[in-house]
Each structure stands twice: as structure tokens, then as C-alpha cells.
Design a protein around this ligand. Sequence first.
Ligand SMILES: O=c1ccn([C@@H]2O[C@H](COP(=O)(O)O)[C@@H](O)[C@H]2O)c(=O)[nH]1
Length: 236
Amino acid sequence: MTRRTRLIAALDTQSRDQAEAWVSAFGSDVDAIKLGLEFTYSCGFDAVKTVSAGRTLFLDLKLHDIPNTVAHGLKSLAHVQPALTTIHAAGGTEMISRAKEALQEAFPDALRRPKLLAVTVLTSMDAAGLSEIGVSASPQEQVLRLGKLAIRAGADGLVCSAKEIAPLRDALGDAPELVVPGIRPAGSASDDQKRIMTPTEAAQAGADWIVVGRPITRAANPVHAARAIMEELATA
Ligand SMILES: O=c1ccn([C@@H]2O[C@H](COP(=O)(O)O)[C@@H](O)[C@H]2O)c(=O)[nH]1
């Protein structure tokens, strides 16, 4: 299957002015923007709406709570209209299926409904980090376990690292939307990310979307950095 891997720029900032400046500078140099905990907690949902107006929005709030709370939280997103939104797969089957039902109720038009993505194992975790929280499985085993559970429960896609794309595609096929952070262009600092790959590697493995934050936002010229990643994806 031929797929075009698209770029989501993660706008992790506490400043609405900064986010607005990035969005207007990027133009079509990115396919979508991500606003997450940092921006939403600092600036609020009105700012999320304003900054993302006219753009494809990945609203990455990674909900993880009891099923009732997650379902009602997601219903409140009707006024925001993200294209993609996240919960944690570790919340389990009931939480995921209630989340899906909530989105179906809040967005009756399937074409406008946000895709529900389940975060498998954070890309900042390695085997040692999993072991610390009592998980003896390798990151790949745990991603596969949670990924299968989440898709069975109704998630439209998964957040995983590029290292797990091939085994997930083998197990689940082409349909689940795979959104892949932990991306570092060759030579970039890994920061707090543990399971990293380059844009080319993620595209060749079959990512639908890559999520890139600091390698763009901390670059001397964020527009040039985003453009370079788009060019890398186009030739991958
Ligand atoms: O497992 C995950 C899930 C989400 N993220 C988010 O992606 C970006 C990555 O930012 P970088 O600066 O490129 O590291 C960030 O917004 C995370 O919240 C993730 O990294 N890993």
C-alpha cells in the first residue's frame, strides 16, 4: 500500500502569541498542528480554537481516567473540532469503547468525527522505564498488546514509536491510523525521547503521521526545519 506520511508540528508552548506566530509562519510547510497539555492548560480551549482555525488539529490531551469521566470529557470537545484526539490505551477496553461511543454521540457526522487514537507506550519509555512500573514485557511486546486491545475496543488508530510500526502493521493491517512521535532528523538531540527514528525511517516503515516538536520549534529557523522534514518525507 502506498501512503503519504504527513507531518504534524507539535506546538508545545505556554504562549498563545508564539503558537499563533508559528502557525502563520508555517503556511503549508506542515500538514497539521498538535496542541497538547502544555498549550491547553496554559492558554485554554478558546485559544486552541483560535490558533487551530483553518488547520488540521491533533488535540493530544491523552485522557486516562475512569470510563465515565473520559466519555464526558470527550463529549465536551464538540466545539473544538480536532481531526485527531488521544486517550491512553492502558485505560482498558471499557474506557476506550466508552470514549468511542462518546465521540459518536458528540459528532454524529462520521466525516467530522475526530479519530480516536490510543497511546500505547510513550516514546519516552524504554525497557527500563517499563520495568520500573512493573511491566516486564519489552516496549514492542507491550505496544502490540495494548495496540491490539485498543483497536478491538474501537480506537481508530494508535500512537506508537516508529520501531513498532512493522509489527503493528503485521498484526493489525493497514487500516489503523498510526501516529508516530519520537522522531529525530539525523544528528538531532534525542532530548527525553528513548525510542526514536528519523522521518525517513518512519515513512518507510509505514507511519500515517509523524509528530515533530523540538527539532522544529527550537531550530534557529523553524520554517526551514519543517520544510526540510517535508522534503525528507517526500523522498523517503
Ligand atoms: O508517546 C508519545 C506520545 C506523544 N508525544 C508527543 O509528541 C510530541 C513530541 O515532541 P518532541 O519535541 O518532538 O519530542 C510532544 O508534543 C509529545 O507530547 C510523544 O512524544 N510521545
